[in-house]
Design a protein around this ligand. Structure first.
Ligand code: KIV
Ligand code: NA
Length: 263
């Protein structure tokens, strides 16, 4: 692992955009790593794009660990972020620790979990015991049935809660926070207030970094992709070129454009 939490923190300070993509297997992981990505997230989006479910809810810690192992064999340079699936960390901070260990033993360098203020105790428990934790706020897909669908979050009165969530996860020791499907102006405000990097997906161009689901960015997911996705295969002859273009556009600040962002 050449890219670390320190690398990402320094990139934020220098104003250099941080690039993440998801991957779930050896070959794509190797290709994406070779293209120069900063992190591969072995997302629980695997429930949708690998397993064909409508949500990430059916993904288990065993599934997540298996895909993390596959990815780890393909990676030499980037950070591997393991994603704790639904039900694998919400019961207690001890449960979260045990399952984070499973992902790290499978090859993850860091882990991600969904939640802001409500996960503060867990983030702190993990962070104090040697685990680098990325929080994930805004649209949290594991709660899709409670949220009533995949919808933009943080509008109106909910904006203050998201600002509080972001601040609290930073204080708890998170090394980064994913902002999903939040208005671009709010994401910019959060990014400015935090010292840890923000990684946006549907959160506008002013986040410190971006992440997309691989199958969305190469246009192979058989369902409609969210507005914030872009098919980088358009105009490219290979997946490697598409990934390189994604990285270049994130670094240049040309992706995401207004058409991929929420007001
Ligand atoms: O599981 C996933 O792919 C994610 C990203 C969309 C942030 O959590
Ligand atoms: Na996820």
């Amino acid at each position: 692992m050449a890219v670390t939490v320190t690398t990402m923190r320094k990139m934020k300070e220098a104003g250099d955009k941080i690039t993440w993509l998801t991957a779930y297997d050896y070959s794509f992981a190797a290709l994406i790593d070779n293209a120069g990505i900063d992190a591969i997230l072995v997302g629980d989006s695997l429930g949708m794009v690998m397993q064909g479910h409508a949500t990430p809810v059916p993904v288990t810690i065993e599934h997540a660990a298996y895909h993390t192992e596959c990815v780890a064999r393909g990676v030499n340079n980037c950070m591997i972020v393991g994603d704790l699936p639904f039900g694998s960390y919400q019961v207690s901070k001890e449960q979260a620790y045990e399952n984070a260990v499973k992902l790290m033993q499978a090859g993850a360098h860091t882990i991600k979990l969904e939640g802001g203020e409500l996960q503060v105790e867990t983030i702190n428990f993990l962070a104090e015991r040697g685990i680098a934790v990325c929080a994930h706020i805004g649209l949290t897909p594991q709660s899709v049935h409670q949220l009533g669908g995949f919808k933009v979050q943080g509008r109106g009165d909910a904006a203050q809660q998201l600002l509080d969530d972001a601040r609290r996860v930073q204080e708890a020791g998170a090394f980064a926070v994913v902002l999903e499907a939040v208005p671009a102006a709010l994401a910019a405000q959060i990014t400015e207030k935090l010292t840890i990097p923000t990684i946006g997906i549907g959160a506008g161009v002013d986040c410190d970094g971006q992440v997309l689901v691989l199958q969305d960015m190469i246009g192979i997911y058989p369902h409609k992709s969210p507005k914030f996705c872009k098919n980088f295969m358009t105009g490219n002859q290979s997946v490697a070129d598409a990934v390189s273009q994604y990285i270049a556009e994130v670094k240049a600040g040309t992706f995401p454009a207004d058409e991929h962002s929420f007001k």
